[in-house]
Design a protein around this ligand. Sequence first.
Ligand SMILES: N[C@@H](CCC(=O)N[C@@H](CS)C(=O)NCC(=O)O)C(=O)O
Length: 261
Amino acid sequence: MDGELLELNTDLTFLSSWFCPFAQRTWIALLEKGLPFDYKEVSLRNPATGLWFPLTEKPKWFTALNPLGKVPVLAYKDEKTQQPHAVYESLICNEFLEDYAPSPGCPPLLPPHAALRAKARIVMDHFNTHFVPLFYRILIRQDAAQQAEVAQQVEAECDWLEANVDQAGPFFMGTEFSLVDCALIPWFVRGYILQHFRKLEMPPRRCTKLQRWVKTALERPSVKGTFKAPEEGTSYEDKLLEHYVRYADGSANSTSAAAFK
Ligand SMILES: N[C@@H](CCC(=O)N[C@@H](CS)C(=O)NCC(=O)O)C(=O)O
């Protein structure tokens, strides 16, 4: 189907890769909303070499939906107009879902108060800008002194989160699960990866509220519902660890590896 376009339905098609934390954000939001959707796994790496396909070698049907060639993508055909639509960039996909499937039909994923919605966006933006690059950087950097420097920055970011997580919980913004939980938890699903490769405790023991939030969020059915290994009978945690070997030995050639080194 390389030369062809993807046949879209009026239900959402979710383009994902099982290991991708950005796609996991949107997967969790879809499960929270309870919407019907088709899951389509996109092959981003050459299975023979383990290297990521450059943009020019990605299938046309995929880059037609997202010119950046990245997952996640949400695509569908409008029921009334039959117009195709594609949405990409994980945080924008999640905001789209909030507009596409609003309450009361679907559970709201942003607080009702305008200032709290703004706070949610501040947290997600801060996390994306500060924490996410550090996660990759501490793996990619091969020099011990540089790793120690990045480890300190990760710790400082955890302190920022500790100061901003709702003091009573159980979720990041308080009593209700929200887009903030969707946006942040995939990197704490991967906490054991930093522990394994860089001996970094994630979150640090002193961040007690953050730890409590991580524990609760990891038990959420929508979060657990995304722990799917690529092949039946294999362990999600083991496969994920295997996936990050190429980051930890500095050989990953993904766009994230290039952007965050
Ligand atoms: N800023 C993007 C990042 C998405 C992203 O980097 N996804 C990775 C997979 S985890 C990807 O598709 N990479 C393609 C590539 O590196 O060629 C978002 O938030 O959606």
